[in-house]
Design a binder for this molecule. Structure first.
Ligand SMILES: NC(=O)c1ccc[n+]([C@@H]2O[C@H](COP(=O)([O-])OP(=O)(O)OC[C@H]3O[C@@H](n4cnc5c(N)ncnc54)[C@H](OP(=O)(O)O)[C@@H]3O)[C@@H](O)[C@H]2O)c1
Length: 320
C-alpha cells in the first residue's frame, strides 16, 4: 500500500475505502469483512459522510455508526484515518446545504458520537454554499480545528475560485487552509451529463495546478470510473451495462480504453493497476476512493495497489 507523503500527522493510504452503503445497502457483516480485508491490506483511509444514505429511511449516520462499531470491536481507531463530511441534510433526493457555524458544530458532535471517537482525521464540507462568504466558512472550520476534534480540513465539490479565495484568506490571516479537495477525478474524461448534478465538481486544470503548487493532496471519487474500463477489458465493451456506457462511453474514453488494453497486454498487468495507478502514481499526491460491490472487487484493488504507473503513461492518458 502506498501512503500520502506530504501529510505527516495522519497516515493516509492512497486507496480509500468508500463506505456510503455500509450499514444500509451493505449488511453489517459484509461491511466488517470489507473493512477487515482493507485494513489487513494496509488500508487506513475510510471515507464516509454524515448524510450518506439519508435518502433511505433512517439511513442518516448509519455508515458512520457501522464504522464506529467496527473500530471499537477491532480496537484500531488510532491506526486508521477517518474522513467524514458535513453540511448537508437530505429529504428524499433533495439536498439542503447549510454551512453555518451552528450546523457544522452540531454535526461534528453527531459524527463523533456515531463513530465512537473523540477526533476526526479529515473533516470535509460535503458541498459548497456559494451564498455564504468563504471568510465565514473558513473561520468556522478554524474554530472546529482549534477545539482539537479535527486534524485536517478539506472541501468536497468546491469550485477552484471559491477554494482559492478561502485558502488565500486563511494564509493571509495565519489560519489553517483546506489541505485537500474531494472531487470527481479519474483517468476518464469528465462530461457534465455523466453526473447531471450541478452541485458536484471535477478536477480541472486550475484546481490541479493550485493543489500541486500548494502541497495539497487530492481525494478522488469515481476513481474506478465505476468499473467501466475493467468491465470493458474483461467482458467486452458490448457486454458493459447500458447505463454505465451511457455515462462513460465517449470518443475520448474509448481511445483511453484502447490504450489501457494495449498497456495491460504489453506490461502484463490488469486494468485496475492502470485505473488506480492513475491516481496513486499521479504527480499530484492523491488517494483513490473506491466503493466495491463485493469482496472480489476489493481484493482486485488491493492486489494492484502498489503498481507504479509511469508518469509517461499518465500524460499519455491525459492527452488522449
Ligand atoms: N464527496 C462526494 O460528493 C462523493 C461523491 C461520490 C463518491 N464519493 C466517495 O467516493 C467513493 C467511491 O465513489 P464511487 O462509488 O463513485 O466510485 P467508483 O469506485 O469509481 O465506483 C464504484 C463502482 O465501480 C465498480 N468497481 C469497483 N471496483 C471494481 C473492480 N475492481 N473491478 C470492476 N468494477 C469495479 C463497481 O460497480 P458495480 O457495482 O456495477 O460492479 C462499484 O460499485 C464513495 O464510496 C464515497 O466514499 C464522494
Amino acid at each position: 500500500m502506498k501512503y500520502i507523503k506530504n501529510i505527516q500527522d495522519v497516515r493516509i493510504s492512497k486507496i480509500g475505502l468508500g463506505t456510503g452503503r455500509f450499514g444500509t445497502k451493505v449488511s453489517e457483516s459484509l461491511s466488517f469483512d470489507m473493512l477487515d480485508l482493507f485494513y489487513e491490506g494496509g488500508g487506513t483511509l475510510i471515507d464516509t459522510a454524515r448524510n450518506y444514505y439519508e435518502w433511505v429511511e433512517n439511513g442518516r449516520g448509519k455508515s458512520e455508526e457501522c464504522i464506529g462499531k467496527w473500530m471499537d470491536s477491532r480496537g484500531c481507531r488510532r491506526n486508521v484515518c477517518i474522513s467524514t463530511k458535513c453540511g448537508v441534510k437530505n429529504k428524499g433526493h433533495d439536498w439542503f446545504i447549510n454551512l453555518s457555524k451552528e450546523m457544522l458544530s452540531q454535526e461534528l458532535e453527531e459524527s463523533l458520537e456515531a463513530l465512537r471517537t473523540d477526533y476526526i482525521d479529515i473533516y470535509l464540507l460535503h458541498r459548497d454554499e456559494p451564498e455564504r462568504p468563504v471568510e465565514e466558512i473558513i473561520e468556522t472550520m478554524q474554530y472546529l480545528k482549534e477545539k482539537g476534534k479535527v486534524k485536517i480540513i478539506g472541501a468536497a465539490n468546491w469550485s477552484f475560485e471559491r477554494l482559492y479565495k478561502a485558502n488565500e484568506y486563511a494564509k493571509k490571516h495565519g489560519m489553517e487552509p483546506f489541505r485537500t479537495v474531494q472531487t470527481w477525478w479519474s483517468l476518464a474524461e469528465y462530461k457534465y451529463e455523466m453526473w447531471n448534478d450541478s452541485n458536484t465538481t471535477h478536477m480541472d486544470e486550475n484546481m490541479y495546478n493550485y493543489m500541486i503548487n500548494n502541497n495539497m493532496f487530492g481525494m478522488a471519487y469515481t476513481s474506478q470510473c465505476k468499473g467501466f474500463f475493467q468491465k470493458a477489458v474483461k467482458n467486452g465493451l458490448e457486454n458493459v451495462d447500458e447505463f454505465l456506457k451511457h455515462r462513460i462511453e465517449t470518443e475520448r474514453n474509448l481511445k483511453k480504453l484502447d490504450f489501457i488494453k494495449k498497456y495491460c497486454q504489453g506490461n502484463n498487468v490488469s486494468p485496475t493497476s492502470v485505473v488506480s495507478g492513475y491516481i496513486t502514481s499521479n504527480p499530484l499526491e492523491g488517494t483513490a476512493l473506491v466503493s466495491c460491490s463485493d469482496m472480489s472487487q476489493l481484493e482486485d484493488i488491493l492486489r494492484c495497489c502498489d503498481y507504479e504507473l509511469e508518469h509517461e503513461a499518465i500524460s499519455k492518458l491525459d492527452s488522449l
